[in-house]
Ligand binder design. Structure first.
Ligand SMILES: Nc1ncnc2c1ncn2[C@@H]1O[C@H](COP(=O)(O)OP(=O)(O)OP(=O)(O)O)[C@@H](O)[C@H]1O
Ligand SMILES: [Mg+2]
Length: 309
């Protein structure tokens, strides 16, 4: 693919994840294990890409405080170009609070109000970054106004756009842009929101069908991720299904973002679509074994070693 870097646009979040060490009992004070991680779907995908040696530029918004400084420093050390990240005075850094009731059940609180600062003006100021981007990657925290501008710029510079729908509540705002997408990677419940399904497709056949439906709606490639059941994918030439790798799960947070990052890494390296999907599964599997939202030791060799399993 032409272009020099991947331009990633969307949220940067500080994530706090807590687990009770005792049997959880609401309304009581308990011993817990609490872990803070740099996060945000866009930032996580950017970090996965940078750790896979892809030049990555991030457009995002943080506050003007020490926590934001920590988040940006971490991202910069991971290899992301953060020079254009917006610092917003008098605002709170985006934060997510995750409280795990069990490995599968989590209550999540998101405070992403600062992402409103990623508006059309900010994107227009960085119009020049769209010109040489090999790909543009977005999450769905962008406002409709920002999305309109982003797709206009992508069209102007013929940049292909990959989208992570982020959450069922946010996925709907991507619906009207599906014909402009190169790649969309929703999980089962985000797919239900995008395609207005009554029930999320969680089985192999129905998931391949919904991936094909997203392609019929206009995305060049669509992937429906199914957690421990793997994923279904489709493009104009057909579709397929790939199993997940059975892994000792330490923390599920960030698996989807690692998946998207590695699939994009594969596409930038012109690997066939099914191998790009397998790279995604390998990256997700590695990330599930780590408490961190992005695997800190990720690199291309490690990814290919996991693929060999
Ligand atoms: N419990 C699991 N066991 C094995 N693989 C898993 C598990 N959970 C996720 N994966 C892998 O990660 C991929 C993406 O996971 P999932 O469908 O949960 O995405 P997501 O809901 O977007 O995740 P995230 O919460 O990180 O955004 C799956 O296709 C699968 O390969
Ligand atoms: Mg996800």
């Amino acid at each position: 693919m032409e272009g020099e870097y991947v331009l990633v646009v969307g949220s940067s979040v500080l994530e706090m994840a807590g687990r009770s060490i005792e049997v959880p009992q609401p309304g009581t004070r308990q011993q817990g294990h609490i872990h803070a991680s740099p996060s945000g779907v866009a930032r996580n995908i950017a970090e996965n890409l940078a750790r896979l040696d892809i030049d990555t530029v991030l457009l995002s918004a943080v506050a003007d405080d020490e926590l934001s400084e920590y988040l940006i420093n971490h991202s910069r050390l991971a290899g992301i170009d953060c020079r254009h990240v917006l610092r917003v005075a008098d605002r709170r850094i985006a934060t997510s609070l995750l409280l795990y009731q069990s490995a599968e059940s989590v209550t999540r609180l998101d405070d992403l109000s600062i992402t409103a600062a990623l508006d059309s003006d900010y994107l227009m100021e960085h119009e020049w970054l769209f010109r040489d981007a090999a790909l543009v990657v977005i999450d769905a925290t962008l406002s409709e106004e920002a999305l309109d501008t982003l797709f206009e710029l992508a069209q102007r510079y013929k940049a292909r756009v990959c989208a992570d729908p982020t959450a069922p509540r946010l996925a709907r705002r991507l619906r009207k842009y599906i014909p402009n997408l190169f790649l969309i990677v929703p999980n089962a419940s985000e797919t239900a929101a995008l395609c207005s399904l009554d029930e999320p497709a969680t089985e192999r056949k129905s998931a391949i069908g919904t991936a094909q439906r997203l392609v019929n709606m206009g995305s060049t490639i669509a992937v429906v991720t199914l957690g421990e059941r793997g994923l279904a994918y489709a493009d104009r030439s057909g579709g397929g299904y790939i199993r997940a790798i059975h892994t000792e799960v330490v923390d599920t947070s960030g698996a989807g973002d690692a998946f998207s990052g590695a699939v994009i890494f594969g596409m930038l390296n012109s690997v066939p679509i099914d191998e790009a999907m397998r790279l995604g599964v390998a990256a997700a599997s590695l990330t599930l074994q780590s408490e961190d939202t992005v695997l800190q030791s990720l690199n291309p060799d490690l990814l290919y070693d996991e693929l060999g399993i």
